[in-house]
Design a protein around this ligand. Structure first.
Ligand code: C2E
Ligand code: MG
Ligand code: MG
Ligand code: MG
Length: 292
């Protein structure tokens, strides 16, 4: 289309792609140092057991504490490094950090699960199983079983045989699998049935406005049925109000996350939040630590 509408559009188009290419190159140039100098960190968002009214665990979400730009959320850098060597190194950093946290939880007798997000190219790449195995090292069963790997539903659709093999390999190493952003990827029921995932996470786009959007409410309700029929744990992400929480509980959704409970925060803050957590004060949120 840019081609047909003349020279100006051409220029605009080129400027545009040049800009994003520049951004991308910059991120790729800086991320290695960021990783080795400790600028990448994980923030933790609580995951609540809605029907048992208790804290189940946390999801670890990556941030870049950039020296000039401040706290950057993953949208500013993860896509840029996908399909570069850094997808693997950042992925390994995240997995290793999470396992270290789980070891600390175990020492403190804190029975929390920890979920981590996997990059598609790392997960589908040739080294994933070995990377996971070496990160787990000699970790005992109770630590392994508290690690949950979140794989995007769209990743699971990519190369089905490979995905099934990798997921089985993860299961053999004793970790759980969660299908993240479920509902956005159009997986068939047949594929869904075959995926060895113990948990599914309904994408927040369906949850956030489910009280005002009847279609989304019906989608959530259909996913609740699906999870029950196939006996998978179900997590709703993006709970921002007591009203949405109440609706999810009524529909039979077991687990939830969202700003209503807490934003993702540094470990120390998350553990302090956990210590003070009771069902009755669950909406007392902390200082935000909101990335740009
Ligand atoms: P995700 O795994 O689906 O994580 C949920 C995202 O929604 C997080 O954004 C979280 O901060 C945000 N969120 C949580 N509760 C609410 C809520 O109530 N309302 C709203 N509006 N948002 C909420 P974040 O941290 O910016 O992460 C975005 C995505 O980046 C993640 O989506 C995940 O796909 C990816 N990501 C994050 N950390 C990592 C990582 O360490 N590795 C990889 N490969 N991907 C990651
Ligand atoms: Mg996730
Ligand atoms: Mg998600
Ligand atoms: Mg998402």
């Amino acid at each position: 289309a840019a081609k047909e509408s003349g020279k100006n559009s051409y220029t605009l188009f080129d400027l545009d792609s040049h800009f994003s290419r520049k951004q991308r190159v910059k991120v790729i140039e800086q991320i290695g140092d960021a990783l080795s100098s400790g600028q990448l960190e994980l923030h933790y968002q609580p995951k609540i057991h809605l029907t048992q009214r208790r804290l189940e665990g946390f999801e670890a979400l990556i941030r870049w504490n950039h020296p000039d730009k401040g706290l950057l959320g993953p949208v500013h850098f993860l896509d840029h490094i996908e399909y570069t060597e850094y997808a693997r190194s950042v992925g390994n950093f995240v997995i290793r950090e999470a396992i270290e946290r789980l070891r600390e939880f175990a020492e403190k007798r804190l029975p929390y699960t920890l979920s981590v997000n996997l990059s598609p190219s790392h997960f589908l790449g040739p080294d994933f199983r070995d990377d996971l195995a070496s990160a787990l090292g000699d970790a005992p069963r109770d630590i392994r079983s508290r690690l949950i790997l979140e794989v995007l539903e769209t990743t699971a659709l990519d190369d089905t045989d490979k995905v099934l093999d990798n997921l089985r390999a993860c299961r053999e190493l004793g970790v759980d699998i969660s299908l993240d952003d479920f509902g956005t990827g159009y997986s068939s029921l047949d594929l869904f049935r075959r995926l060895p995932a113990q948990e599914i996470k309904i994408d927040k786009s369906f949850v956030m406005d489910m009280l005002d959007n009847n279609d989304n409410s019906m989608i959530v309700s259909a996913i609740v049925s699906l999870s029950q029929s196939f006996q998978r744990r179900l997590v709703a992400e993006g709970i921002e109000s007591a009203a949405v929480e109440a609706k999810l509980i009524e529909l039979g959704c077991q687990l939830g996350q969202g700003f209503f409970y807490s934003r993702p925060v540094p470990l120390e803050n998350a553990l302090e939040w956990a210590e003070n957590f009771t069902w009755n004060n669950r909406s007392n949120s902390l200082e935000p630590f909101t990335p740009i």
